[in-house]
Ligand binder design. Sequence first.
Ligand code: HEM
Length: 217
Amino acid sequence: MIPQDNEKIIRHKPIERINHWLVVICFLFTAISGLGFFFPSLNWFMNILGTPQLSRILHPFVGTAMFLLFIFMFFRYFSHNFINKDDINWAKNIDKVLKNEEAGDVGQYNLGQKGVYWVVSICLLLLAISGVMIWRPYFAEYFPIPIIRIALLVHSLAAIGLIITIIVHAYAAIWVKGSVRAMVEGWVTRGWAKKHHPLWYREILEKERKQQEEEKK
Ligand code: HEM
C-alpha cells in the first residue's frame, strides 16, 4: 500500500542523501582498488577503472574526496550519536533486535548505528592521516622509512576495520525493512518510526504539535 503524505516522515534531507551516496561511491572504489593492491590473489581488482596504473593514481584522490565528503556527514549527524543510558538498555535487549522486535526507547539512532558512526569516523581519520604519509610522489618523501612502514600498517588495519564495519552497516540497513528507502527517497512511515525509533518519533510529534500551535496563532 502506498502511504498518504501525512503518513510519511522525513528522515534524511536531499543534501544528506546525496552526500551519503557520494561517500558510498568513493568507498566502493577505494575499498575495491585497495584490496587489489593489498592481496596478490585480488590483484585483478586493480582493473576497476580499466588499468592498475589508473587505480593507483586515483585511489588517494578518491580517498581524499571520501574523507572530505564524510566531514560533512560527521557534523550533520554528530548531535544524534552521543551514547546514553537508553543505549545500554538497547544493548541488553539485542536478542529482540535480531528478532525484529522493539528494543527499548531508541532515539534517532540506536547503539549499533552510533557504533558504526564512531568506528567509521575513527577509521577514516586514520586512513586520511596515514594515507597522506604514504602518498607517492607528493608527500611520502617527507617521512622516514620506519614511519612510512608504521603508516602502511595503520592504513591497512583501518581499511580492514572500515570494510568490515560497512559490510555490517549495509547488512543491517537491508535487514531493517524501510531503512534503505529512508536513505534513497528520504522518508519513513509513522509505523516505522514508532517501531524502530520511538523516542525520535515522540520528538517529531512534539515538533508537529508546536508547529500547529504556531499556525493557529
Ligand atoms: C555500501 C552500502 C551502504 C548502504 C546500503 C548504506 C545504507 C544506509 C542507510 C539506509 C542509512 C540510514 C539509516 C537510518 O536512517 O536509520 C545509512 C546511514 C548512515 N550511513 Fe550508510 N550505507 C552504506 C555505506 C556507507 C558508507 C560507505 C559510509 C561511510 C563511510 C556510511 C555512513 C553512514 C552514516 C554515518 C549514517 C548515519 C547514521 C549513523 O549515524 O549511524 N554508509 N546508511
